[in-house]
Design a protein around this ligand. Structure first.
Ligand code: SF4
Length: 85
């Protein structure tokens, strides 16, 4: 299966989503529906909650489909492109 990775950022934190890993547990969109909403496009709106709320919710993803990195950490390492996790 193709390894697809999508990035969504609010400028501070970047949400990384791997659709092939997602088990559709719905934990994310019940926990933080303003950000994770399968009825909108794109389905993740990283601008709709605080970075703290996003990080907390991403950590609850049971499958590992959702991960995150802090943009400042990547910038500090001198990477131009976001890291592949
Ligand atoms: S919490 Fe993780 S596994 Fe569940 S629907 Fe969201 S991304 Fe998929």
């Amino acid at each position: 299966m193709e390894d697809i990775t999508r990035h969504y950022t609010n400028g501070e934190v970047t949400i990384v989503w791997k659709p092939n890993v997602c088990i559709h547990s719905e934990v994310c969109f019940h926990g933080l529906p303003a950000v994770f909403n399968p009825n909108q496009k794109p389905w993740i709106n990283a601008e709709a909650a605080t970075t703290e709320q996003i990080v907390s919710q991403v950590k609850r993803c049971p499958s590992g489909a959702l991960t995150f990195f802090m943009n400042a950490d990547v910038a500090a390492e001198g990477d131009v492109e976001p890291k592949k996790l």
